[in-house]
Each structure stands twice: as structure tokens, then as C-alpha cells.
Design a protein around this ligand. Structure first.
Ligand code: CUA
Length: 152
């Protein structure tokens, strides 16, 4: 009957969901990190194409990538200068301990873990300025760890 078919389909979906969650948690590689998560050697950032010179790069007509390094106790570059009305993907890593990268007053917020590259895509809107703060405790001057973004 149709009922049995729908029941079977429903169970199949549930099993698929359980399968994918389990895979994500205990699959190969570091736990809870997707297999395609970009990684980086935090002790050799100065030899990494992306992070040797933290910067903003144009990658499309209105598309940019911002390579940002967090460290005790700041962000580089500072300020991060972004073109208005564009799509920007932040690629953020740390050269020492775990930090946060939060654009104050927005929902742009990510943890920054040494060895990993956190990505975050935003639309910049019109010209303005934002503060950037660290929201993971990272040492004595954590509360003073700040950066800035200028949208021009
Ligand atoms: Cu960096 Cu708190």
C-alpha cells in the first residue's frame, strides 16, 4: 500500500540523517571538522601564500577574500579595508591560541583555531566602520584584543 511505501521512505531518511551526523562526529580526521576544512600550519604562517601577508584580495567583479591572522592580542591587517557593496569571504586563522573573530553589531562571528581556517562570507553594504573583537578567552589581554574594519 501507499502507506507502507511512505513509511519506508521516512525511515530511510531518518537513517540517512543519523548516518551523516555520526560520520561528521567520528569520521576520519579531526572530530567535527569537515574533510574539506582548509588547514594551515600555525607555526609557518610566514611561508603560507594566504597568510604570510594578511590582506584583502579581489577574486571577482564584486567579490573579495580577506586573509586575516588573529594573534595575542590583535588582528592583522588592522584596519581591514573592504570595498562597499561587495561580497567578502573572511579566511581567518590564528598564529598562537584559539581566538574569536566577531564583527561588532553584526551576526558575523566565528571561532578562530590555530591550524584551521575559519571562513565567513558577508555583504559589506555602504561605507562605514566596524569594530572587531575576540570573544574567546585567549590570555591576559583578551579583553583588549580588538581590530577594525573600514568599508570604503
Ligand atoms: Cu583573542 Cu581573546
Amino acid at each position: 500500500s501507499y502507506e507502507k511505501i511512505w513509511l519506508a521512505l521516512g525511515l530511510g531518511l531518518i537513517l540517512l540523517l543519523i548516518g551523516s551526523v555520526t560520520y561528521g562526529a567520528v569520521g576520519p580526521g579531526v572530530s567535527m571538522v569537515a574533510a574539506d576544512q582548509p588547514t594551515v600550519d600555525p607555526t609557518a604562517l610566514d611561508e603560507d601564500d594566504r597568510f604570510a601577508e594578511p590582506r584583502v584580495e579581489q577574486v571577482g567583479e564584486n567579490e573579495y577574500e580577506a586573509y586575516v591572522v588573529a594573534f595575542q592580542f590583535g588582528f592583522e591587517p588592522d584596519p581591514i579595508v573592504l570595498p562597499a557593496n561587495s561580497t567578502v569571504t573572511f579566511m581567518v586563522t590564528s598564529r598562537d591560541v584559539t581566538h574569536g573573530f566577531e564583527v561588532v553589531g553584526t551576526n558575523a562571528n566565528t571561532m578562530v583555531i590555530p591550524g584551521e581556517v575559519s571562513t565567513l562570507t558577508v555583504e559589506t553594504g555602504g561605507p562605514t566602520e566596524y569594530g572587531v573583537i575576540c570573544n574567546e578567552y585567549c590570555g591576559a589581554a583578551h579583553h583588549g584584543m580588538e581590530g577594525s574594519i573600514e568599508v570604503v
